[in-house]
Ligand binder design. Structure first.
Ligand code: 3HC
Length: 688
């Protein structure tokens, strides 16, 4: 075995050269890897003793793609395109031997090889769309030549990888290697067979694209318009496939490169690449002692079988973790259990799981009215009514029931976790686990670190989050933590805007056009306007209260800020317009025309401002954590990279200037965050 460079080796086994990359953790195609590969292939091509070449990777995976951290920086190292051209044009067979995840540029590397074999457990795919990119190393031109235009469009705009078996069926692989077999040896054996059978060198570029009709592209655009809304990359990918189908390979590839360049330099891909690293950074906890081990969690207790408790329970049941769920009344317990079953039955009816899967999950659920049953649970999550007195009493009881070392979590959205923890004799075991509704769907989990939360409890909470497929973000204790504290700022401005001159639908339209799935008033209608409202105490002090008094309490009553028909189609009621105008007149507000720019600035910048305070107070560990919260918890458009990244794209100075302009209307006590002001003064970014 000869080292070509620190990460690439070349060895010769009786006429077969094996080129191996070993660049942990994921064999990203960084400059050093490309340099090594280029030199290794040159050597193998030039050596008359080499009859065929096997390309493989050491470590946990075949190449997982281009090195994302290199984008946007000055180019260095050997060109991937030039290397690909040489491999594909070679007159010696090149076989890719794949394990782990062969993704993006990594799978494109495999596609220029003449043959591809893989372990059945391998996954292959072109996920660049998730980074706001297109498969820019020939992927958009080669994939449709193998799987046809329709499947290529699905695969590249969806970005999901396919497993080994499916990839074989689709023609993306030539052979599967049995699990446990030695992949390198299998690659060498395969190469020998290619030589012995004198198989032709398959160059995908020479194949035609099947199934590309103008209708296919038109239908695909139409069918996916909602999913692709706001994103640039999917349309660029479609155009590349159109080019693959209608142009000679080299011209198609030129179109691909042009479109790739536009995307990689654009703000959307910058935002999405930033989010890739932000999501991974969120898993890291500042100040955790080295080697802190999580406590094992095998059995979970959940208190409260309402919407939240039930949704939380499903996360664990889905991962095969036993759950004991507690209610205070049989009817509520039965209702909660029935809802969980109904959700699973619905999934089964849609073909997402089998009847046996439903039974297996329900078999792991133990409903009970006895809190004492939680005595053997490793993790207990309280998901009861959002009321401090109720929660404190419950935690005091839990303290007498839970086994020593059990993690006690509260699913509060706003309340002081320290106060809840103080109700026990073991505040070190208490942590906040703030799930987002619907809890079985939403990816975000705010892990609230109390003043006394033990490091291993925090580590456990993060591990649990990962185990149930959530993106967990650490937050400190304050009213509303990261997400809801910032949301409150948007709410204040939305309410002020409709008093001053806008209508709910104006505000919602601007929010929707910005990229949110819905605006603040649509969100209120969905959640219910009567959260925290009571008929007996209502004083008609706000527009929302007045709507509640008219029994317009949101979608559930068929009316709120909007009217809804039986199919939940929205319309703008004259009644609401009049109610708002009357309310404003009563308050002595002279309404004015408010343009969309002001609406946007007032919805977003006070949130950014609050984010800067949250950062300065150490409630969030890093600016990118705030962005992760907003992307995964509140549907902030990922192509804008979260509020803090967005502020950086606008510029802190611009944000501060706009806040100064709107200051008289931003509400009593509104103050620009010193951190934001400082960034504006120094021309610094808020995100790293
Ligand atoms: N470039 C740079 N770093 C990468 C990387 C990449 N392509 N892929 C992963 N990493 C880093 C991660 O940031 C992480 O670093 P950290 O430990 O410092 O936080 C480390 O590798 C391990 O990654 P994960 O924590 O994500 O490990 P998992 O085992 O959970 O997942 C994976 C592995 C499925 C490979 C996942 O990392 C992944 O999806 N990577 C990105 C794949 C991708 O998008 N490839 C396309 C790149 S763009 C491209 O190829 C353009 C081309 O068309 C020209």
């Amino acid at each position: 075995m000869a080292a070509i460079n620190p990460v690439v080796d070349l060895s010769l086994e009786d006429g077969i050269a094996v080129i191996t990359s070993n660049h942990p953790p994921v064999n990203a195609l960084s400059a050093i890897v490309r340099d090594g590969l280029a030199a290794a292939f040159d050597q193998a091509f030039a050596d008359a003793a080499v009859k065929a070449i096997v390309l493989t990777c050491a470590g946990r995976t075949f190449f997982a793609g281009a090195d994302i951290s290199e984008f946007g920086k000055p180019p260095k190292g050997a060109s991937l395109h030039a290397l690909f051209d040489r491999i594909e044009a070679a007159d010696k067979p090149v076989v890719a031997a794949i394990h782990g995840t062969s993704l993006g540029g990594g799978f494109e590397t495999a596609l220029v090889c003449h043959y591809r074999i893989a372990l059945a457990s391998a996954k292959v795919g072109l996920p660049e769309v998730k980074l706001g990119l297109l498969p820019g190393a020939g992927g958009t031109q080669r994939l449709p030549r193998i799987v046809g235009a329709a499947r290529a469009l699905e695969m590249m705009t969806g970005g999901a990888p396919v497993g080994g078996r499916q990839a074989l069926e689709m023609g993306l692989l030539d052979e599967l290697v049995a699990e446990g077999a030695e992949l390198r040896a299998a690659g060498v054996a395969f190469a020998r067979r290619v030589l012995a059978e004198q198989r032709p060198l398959r160059r995908i570029r020479t194949q035609a694209v099947a199934g590309a009709t103008p209708e296919l592209f038109a239908d695909f655009r139409k069918k996916n318009a909602k999913v692709f809304r706001g994103f640039d990359a999917p349309e660029a990918i479609i155009q590349c496939v159109e080019a693959a189908a209608s142009l000679p390979f080299d011209e198609g590839q030129a179109a691909e490169r042009r479109l790739f360049k536009g995307l990689v330099e654009g703000v959307q891909s910058q935002a999405q690449r930033y989010m890739f690293f932000a999501e991974r950074a969120a898993a890291k906890i500042d100040g955790l002692p080295e080697g802190t081990a999580a406590r094992p969690v095998k059995k979970v207790g959940i208190i409260g079988a309402g919407t939240m408790g039930g949704g939380i329970a499903m996360n664990f049941l889905n991962r095969g973790i036993a759950v004991t769920i507690v209610e205070t009344a049989q009817a509520a317990l039965d209702r909660g259990t029935a809802t969980i079953r109904k959700n699973y039955d619905n999934s089964a009816a849609k073909g997402r799981m089998s009847a046996a899967d439903v039974d297996r999950r329900m078999g792991l659920l133990a409903p009970t009215l006895e809190l004492a049953t939680l005595a053997d649970c490793d993790l207990i999550i309280e998901a009861v009514f959002e009321n401090m007195a109720v929660k404190k009493e419950l935690f005091a009881r839990l303290d007498t029931i839970a086994r020593p070392g059990a993690v006690l979590a509260t699913n509060t959205s706003y309340l002081d976790v320290n106060e809840i923890a103080a109700a026990t004799q073991r505040p070190q075991d208490v942590v906040g686990l703030h799930f987002f509704s619907p809890a079985n769907v939403m990816k975000l989990l705010e892990v609230v670190r109390g003043a006394k939360t033990a490091p291993d409890v925090l580590a456990t909470a993060m591990e649990v989050g990962k185990a149930i497929g959530k993106v967990a973000v650490v937050a400190g204790v304050c009213h509303g933590f990261i997400g809801n504290r910032m949301l409150a700022q948007r709410r204040i401005q939305a309410d002020a805007l409709i008093l001053e001159g806008a209508m709910p639908w104006d505000v919602d339209r601007v929010a929707y056009d910005f990229g949110w799935p819905m605006g603040p008033f649509q969100m209120s209608d969905l959640a219910g306007l009567d959260i925290g409202w009571s008929k007996d105490t209502s004083k008609g002090a706000t527009i929302r209260e007045r709507l509640c008094e008219l029994d317009r309490r949101g979608q559930k009553t068929g009316a709120g800020y909007y009217d809804y028909d039986a199919r939940r189609n929205r319309s703008n009621p004259a009644l609401v317009e009049k109610l708002i105008l009357d309310f404003a007149a009563e308050k002595g507000v002279t309404r004015r025309r408010i343009d969309d720019q002001e609406i946007l600035e007032r919805l977003v910048y006070p949130m950014v401002n609050e984010g800067a305070k949250i950062l300065a107070e150490g409630i969030a560990q890093r600016a990118s954590d705030i962005d992760v919260v907003w992307i995964y918890g509140y549907g902030w458009p990922v192509y804008r990279g979260g509020p803090m990244f967005y502020a950086d794209t606008v510029g802190a100075a611009e944000v501060v200037a706009a806040l100064a302009k709107h200051k008289p209307r931003l509400g009593d006590g509104f103050a620009v965050a010193p951190l934001l002001e400082q960034a504006a003064r120094d021309g610094r970014r808020l995100t790293a």
